[in-house]
Design a protein around this ligand. Structure first.
Ligand code: SF4
Length: 434
């Protein structure tokens, strides 16, 4: 292969292959719905895909289905339907878009969504619990809630070797063993420990690779957009967790990113300002939202989204295949706790990220729909500005509801932010170069 062919094949591979896998995943769901097969409904923070894949249960992520309605500019139709049915405009837009999907018998722009045979959730977001109750009422579906102990205070996490950690791990393990029994009952299959080990092995490859991909993005220029490309990677990290395709995909993305880093190939724009993103993207105008930053040479090098929405893959945690159930309990405890920390105790990690990725600013994007992610962001932002002096921007909109997205207002605020960054740079570096 010539150098040019190698470059063409490698650069953009993660996006091309990720988008194709995403379509395949929805085709599988479509097929499941049309043939009346079983499916499990799960959430991104603690999907327990490792157990569900062992039972060959297709997984449905209603959060991802909902955001896809916004990306495809039809979310308002689904939201209206749920609000006409009686749901308040104030609650999480993901829930309402899903209610709209269910009321339409699973009709969705990407596929026909199958009905749930089982719902698995954690306490990472309190909305998960009320959301699952909707399916219980609609379909009489068995619902399994896993209670994951969170961090009790900032900096108060415990780790392996500590008796509190061991008690928490055992508490999770008992619940996972119960979930395995429920899966046996729902599917009529026996739990296959060897298959489970295989699934965990693939999940290990994905975690190792995802951690490496995130680390590589501290290259200058950065290699991928944490906002746009990152969302594709997240889709595969969730939908294909524990599968061979998912493992190979992430290995191939590592190869792409290593090539880009070695050859100084950055994002498609000339990087002037390196940014961190906190919150959930503005999906109703996703492309434009990103352009409001890239037009100024702003690139997103990392985000809390790539952290809490990756199902724990970001930590690089690897399961011990000799002790699989206990090790899954440890991984689930660490990763779901970490996802909750990304919302409640994010400042320490953000400060680390700001430093290791050498960022110029932090964009806070609280959203009307999601109090779980948005509560406390104003205080967090104040802390980062007061204590660390990192410039930041606070813009409010929504990830689903176009009624509260004002592009013109957003543009004014974003333009003013970049003008501030530009003048700050001119003062600190008279040649104006980064
Ligand atoms: S409230 Fe936020 S974290 Fe919870 S389900 Fe909705 S979008 Fe997700």
């Amino acid at each position: 292969m010539t150098t040019l062919e190698t470059k063409d094949e490698l650069v953009g591979r993660g996006n091309r292959e990720g988008a194709a896998m995403f379509r395949d995943w929805f085709s599988e769901l479509d097929n499941t719905a049309k043939t009346g097969g079983q499916a499990a409904y799960v959430f991104v923070m603690g999907s327990l895909n490792e157990i569900l894949k062992t039972f060959d249960l297709p997984v449905v992520f209603p959060e991802i289905n909902s955001l896809q309605t916004a990306v495809r500019h039809v979310a308002h139709e689904y939201l209206d339907e749920a609000e006409d049915y009686g749901y308040s405009p104030d609650i999480c837009g993901y829930v309402k878009a899903d209610v709209g999907t269910q009321l339409r018998g699973g009709e969705h722009p990407m596929a026909q969504i199958p009905k749930p045979s089982l719902t698995v959730l954690t306490n990472a977001c309190n909305t998960y619990i009320k959301w699952a109750e909707i399916w219980e009422r609609m379909y009489d579906t068995p619902t399994f809630t896993i209670d994951i102990p969170g961090t009790r205070q900032a900096g108060g996490q415990t780790w392996q070797g500590n008796s509190d950690f061991e008690a928490d791990r055992k508490y999770v393990e008992v619940q996972l063993r119960e979930l395995i029994t429920v899966c046996e009952e729902v599917t009529g299959k026996k739990f296959d420990i060897d298959k489970f080990r295989e699934v965990l092995g693939h999940a290990n490859t994905m975690s190792r690779s995802w951690k490496r991909i995130l680390e590589l993005n501290n290259s200058k220029p950065s290699l991928f957009s944490a906002l746009t490309d990152g969302t594709i990677f997240l889709g595969v990290a969730n939908g294909f967790r524990g599968t061979e395709e998912g493992a190979r995909y992430f290995e191939r993305v590592v190869e792409e990113m290593e090539y880009k880093a070695a050859n100084g190939i950055g994002q498609t724009i000339d990087e002037k300002y390196r940014l961190l993103f906190v919150g959930v993207p503005c999906y109703p105008i996703f492309r434009r939202f990103n352009e409001l930053f890239t037009d100024w040479g702003g690139t997103f090098v990392n985000s809390t989204y790539l952290w809490f929405a990756s199902g724990g893959t970001n930590r690089g945690f690897e399961y011990d295949l000799n002790n699989p159930v206990a090790s899954l309990a440890e991984g689930v405890l660490i990763s779901v706790r970490d996802a909750m920390d990304s919302m409640f105790h994010q400042n320490v990690a953000l400060a680390d990220m700001a430093n290791s990725y050498d960022v110029d600013g932090i964009i806070y994007h609280p959203i009307k729909s999601c109090r779980t992610v948005s509560t406390g962001l104003a205080d967090g932002r104040k802390h980062m500005t007061d204590e660390l002096g990192i410039p930041s921007l606070f813009i409010e909109s929504d990830m689903m509801d176009r009624r509260v997205v004002s592009e013109a207002q957003m543009k004014n605020r974003i333009d003013a932010f970049f003008e501030g960054l530009e003048s700050r740079r001119q003062h600190t570096q008279p040649d104006g170069k980064g």
